[in-house]
Design a protein around this ligand. Structure first.
Ligand code: FAD
Length: 509
């Protein structure tokens, strides 16, 4: 049964404001006879973008949400995590002040309750954007709260009401995977759905999983004062990212004080006296770790079980709803978008997937292919890791000619001035034409910096052309221009070098 606070705690002004926007208890369910152009199942990023886009063009749209509008991103994902990461940065900046000639007398103390209160305030402030009222009043969307399920190939049912549709979008997202570890459920654990409810800092925290969510959280909690151990089954963090980037992040987290246990399996958990004892099988030995809290971030599983997909003729597998490159399911009336169907589980990917769905579902003519989008994403650790397009290996697997240009941050004046010399820009290009296949930026604000390369890829600009783009000095973005200069210099053949030498010799006469 759903808790009246919809899983949000504590019951304070910020959370009440959030709930009034994302699940108002006095919501009047709209009554409408007739068919909708579009019924959207789930009001996370994917669902909101689909509903707003379709209604904005004049379609009759129903949006169904069983929990909180805004989905994971607003309530238990991007927004709260980035808010507490900011507090972690503040604590870290004070501690490293001495490296910059700034002395802080006494110890740096973190008021964890205040950190979380600030996070709740930020989240509540953002929530009007995703509110039921805004979607009803501003976009004219019929917002229904309740569990949506298919009752046929062109009908959805919610709370006993039937919503017939011409087209539908499944945007029901994903939830945390809970590994079947003996004792884990009995001992109790946190996931992204509960960690943002904390008001007291866990003194000792075990983070299970070294993916983006686990890394962001581990680094933040160690900076806020917890003793943090990350347990990861693989021999590295962030398997989707460049290995050098992941190793650099690992070193950064270790220097923050995070204990990293790679190639290590969580075997079992036992609870005693309010503590949790973890049995861990490492590459060489078994370890016992006693902590106050466990955070599980080992992956995401799609929300598909309650949808009665078979009644609509929609096929799904373990990874989610099966879609083609137009994001159409096995029922031609029904599309899917976001975490429920895509391996890249990011807000901006859900957003762009829904734009693709709108074009393909609502209009005749040529269909848009999702695979043509240059996917970009970031992990908001310190340093940040941002990626766009293909990795070097992926480019080779696709049979492309590829060469990687690397610009270390220690070659960037601004990075030196800031004391941020550990990162790099790696940009994968066609060795002759300079076509950009993809890139990874590792540095502070890499998530912002990557957009220059994404823009270049979108506009079809080769790396060589980026040399004529003026960049303010000193900035970290100069790394892009340096990569371009490096590429252009290599285009100088022995013949052109020799001709130039002759030219300059002649003009000296
Ligand atoms: C801790 C954390 C941090 C993250 N940080 C970032 C970040 O910084 N940047 C980034 O790009 N991404 C981030 N993400 C990922 C991002 O949150 C997701 O990719 C994004 O929310 C996906 O949107 P979605 O609409 O597909 O799914 P969701 O946001 O999960 O929304 C799906 C909605 O469908 C509803 N629903 C499910 N079943 C039904 C049903 N039967 N009937 C009605 N409604 C239903 C759910 O209640 C939910 O509201 C983060 C995720 C986590 C967990």
């Amino acid at each position: 049964m759903t808790h009246p606070s919809f899983g949000l705690a504590p019951d304070d002004e910020a959370n009440r404001k959030l709930l009034a926007n994302v699940h108002p208890t006095d919501w009047k369910t709209p009554v409408r006879k007739g068919r909708y152009n579009l019924v959207v199942l789930g009001a996370g990023t994917a669902g909101l973008v689909a509903a707003a886009g379709a209604a904005g063009m004049g379609a009759k749209v129903a949006l169904v949400e069983r929990h909180l509008m805004g989905g994971d991103c607003l309530n238990v994902g991007c927004v709260p995590s980035k808010a507490i990461i900011r507090s972690g940065h503040a604590a870290h900046a004070l501690r490293e002040g001495k490296d910059f000639g700034v002395r802080v007398d006494g110890t740096v103390e973190v008021d964890f309750a205040a950190v979380m209160e600030r996070m709740r305030t930020v989240r509540a402030e953002i929530s009007p954007n995703d509110s039921a009222q805004r979607f009803a009043d501003h976009y004219g969307v019929d917002v229904h709260f309740g569990e949506a399920r298919f009752t046929g190939s062109n009908k959805v049912e919610v709370g006993g009401r039937e919503l017939p549709f011409s087209k539908a979008v499944i945007a029901t997202g994903a939830r945390p995977v809970v590994p079947p570890v003996p004792g884990l459920s009995d001992a109790g654990f946190l996931t992204n759905e509960t960690v943002f409810n904390l008001t007291e800092l866990p003194r000792r925290l075990a983070v299970i999983g070294g993916g983006p969510i686990g890394c962001e959280l581990a680094q933040t909690f160690v900076r806020l004062g917890s003793e943090v151990t990350v347990v990861e089954l693989m021999d590295r963090f962030l398997p989707r990212e460049d290995r050098d980037a992941a190793e650099l992040l690992q070193r950064a987290m270790e220097s923050d004080g995070v204990r990293v246990m790679l190639s290590t399996k969580l075997e079992s958990v036992a609870a005693a006296d309010g503590m949790k004892e973890l049995v861990l099988i490492g590459p060489e030995a078994e370890h016992r770790l006693v902590v106050d809290e466990i955070f599980v971030g080992v992956g995401r599983t799609p929300n598909i079980e309650d949808l009665d997909l078979e009644r609509a003729g929609v096929t799904a597998d373990r990874t989610g709803v099966v879609v083609d490159d137009h994001l159409r399911t096995t029922n031609p009336r029904i599309y899917a978008s976001g975490d429920v169907c895509l391996p890249a589980k990011f807000t901006q990917v859900a957003d762009f997937a829904s734009r693709t769905v709108l074009q393909n579902a609502l209009f005749p003519g040529p269909k848009k292919k999702f695979s043509t989008i240059n996917l970009a994403w970031a992990t908001y650790t310190d340093p940040e890791i941002a990626h766009v397009g293909l990795s070097e290996d992926e480019a080779r697997e696709q049979g492309r000619d590829v060469e990687t240009i690397t610009i270390p941050m220690k070659d960037i004046d601004r990075a030196l001035a800031e004391g941020d010399t550990e990162g790099f820009l790696k940009i994968h290009v066609h060795p002759k034409k300079g076509t950009i296949h993809g890139a990874t930026f590792v540095c502070r604000r890499a998530g912002d910096l990557i957009s220059e390369i994404t823009t270049a890829m979108h506009a079809g600009l080769g790396i060589g052309e980026m040399a004529s783009v003026i960049h303010p000095y000193p900035t970290v973005a100069e790394a892009v221009r340096k990569a371009a200069d490096q590429f252009n210099r290599r285009k100088l053949t022995p013949l052109t070098t020799s001709l130039l030498k002759h030219w300059f010799a002649w003009t000296r006469k």
